[in-house]
Design a protein around this ligand. Structure first.
Ligand SMILES: C[S@@+](CC[C@H](N)C(=O)[O-])C[C@H]1O[C@@H](n2cnc3c(N)ncnc32)[C@H](O)[C@@H]1O
Length: 275
């Protein structure tokens, strides 16, 4: 008798919201565009989509302009949530039970997006989860793992390349209107960093650098919060922080840095391919 392997992970709270992941959807449509356009099988996974099927549907709709025949598979570890999503399935959107092993009947996803999933795990579980999911990616694919607030106004995520067990980058994407200080967004850091915003940790230094630059850029606010953010990120880059994106992303309220800028103390400094 064949046995179905138990999905890797545990059922956690299913909180979600329509359009909640618009910031990371937009970034995926940009960062994964070359891989998605070239993919022989344009399949993308939304892992841990929660109590309703909104986020996989939104992701599919935002990736369609990049690849018209994109297919999104929502994977959930909770069978009740898989059943609840089933009526919303169609030729380009489907739902199935699974965990970090990303079951896809032998297909390799171009993107795995796992949002607000690892937040509820222990910090020590993160690296294995990254490695397991990234091992499933198609060549050139990306794992995008992160956290956001309830309505998706502020989000952080890491990007892990196929076959690696540590990220290449950390992205912050935030609503600039009303932003007091970037450091206020530390409470939404991904699990790998949330407990590391303390003196002596690189992510703490990074947030302080953003705070100082944002304060110093206050005179730019008369031209709008966007101009202030662009000036702040530019000065952070000029101070030597490895910012890897440019003004076309900064104007969206984003900034992406190399993982080396924030690698937690005690972690290997570089990404390991295929451990
Ligand atoms: C807070 S919800 C997030 C929903 C959606 N991604 C969002 O950001 O709005 C987290 C979901 O992840 C699911 N989950 C937790 N661990 C998982 C795993 N290893 N594989 C698949 N789903 C998982 C939980 O069952 C829960 O429904």
């Amino acid at each position: 008798m064949s046995r179905v392997a138990r999905p890797q992970g545990t059922i956690t709270r299913g909180t979600t919201h329509p359009n909640r992941l618009r910031r990371v959807d937009r970034w995926v449509a940009h960062a994964a565009a070359p891989a998605l356009r070239d993919a022989p099988d344009p399949v993308v996974v939304d892992l841990g989509y929660g109590a309703a099927a909104w986020t996989p549907r939104d992701l599919r709709d935002r990736l369609r302009p990049v690849r018209a025949d994109v297919e999104v598979v929502g994977i959930e570890i909770d069978p009740v949530r898989v059943d609840a999503a089933a009526p919303y399935a169609d030729a380009t959107l489907s739902f199935r039970r699974g965990g970090f092993e990303v079951p896809l009947d032998g297909r390799s996803p171009v993107v795995v997006r796992a949002f607000n999933v690892l937040r509820q795990y222990d910090e020590h579980a993160v690296r294995d989860a990254w490695a397991t999911m990234a091992a499933r990616l198609a060549p050139g694919g990306l794992l995008v793992e992160g956290t956001c607030d309830e309505l998706g106004r502020h989000a952080w995520w890491v990007a892990v390349e196929a076959g690696h067990d540590a990220p290449r980058s950390l992205t912050l994407s935030t609503r600039l209107a009303g932003l007091r200080a970037p450091g206020d967004l530390a409470e939404r850091l991904p699990k790998a960093l949330i407990h590391r915003n303390v003196p002596g940790e690189p992510v703490h230094d990074y947030l302080r650098a953003l705070d100082r630059a944002w304060a110093a850029a206050a005179p730019h606010a008369s031209f709008g919060a966007r101009q202030r953010w662009i000036a702040a990120v530019r000065s952070v880059r000029e101070s030597g922080v490895p910012v890897v994106d440019g003004p076309s992303r900064w104007r969206l309220g984003e900034v992406t840095v190399a993982w080396s800028a924030v690698t937690p103390a005690g972690h290997p400094a570089t990404r390991s391919p295929d451990r």
